[in-house]
Design a protein around this ligand. Sequence first.
Ligand SMILES: [Zn+2]
Length: 135
Amino acid sequence: MTYRYREIPDADVPTAMRRAGELAVHVASTVLNVGRTRIAWFLPDPHGRVQVPSCYATLYDDHVLWGMYRPGDEHVWMNAGLGPIKAAFVGLHEVRHRWQFATAGLIDEPDAYDWADKTWATYGHHFWDTKGTDQ
Ligand SMILES: [Zn+2]
């Protein structure tokens, strides 16, 4: 099974969400020392050019892909329709995958959730401006 998405420009991502995701990815990249991590934003599209085999897709409610890291990439994929809070959490999770692959050559889902939870507890309240949420 393959899921299809289309990449969308940064400028088309709702501002509060983009800022929350970018800040979370920046913090995670800095803490884990993986170098700058770009975000490629996407939206589900049955005709989209981004094809994700189900082995890389972590699917959440309603079979929506929140984010993705493809081993070897220097960027993470993030769904542009999540709202700021989910975007920040997904950013932490996906950067952890980048770190896992760089340090151990593998992807470990339980570790990525665990690390994102712990990092969220420390930094989460910095990731979005409650006055500007547009989720
Ligand atoms: Zn994952």
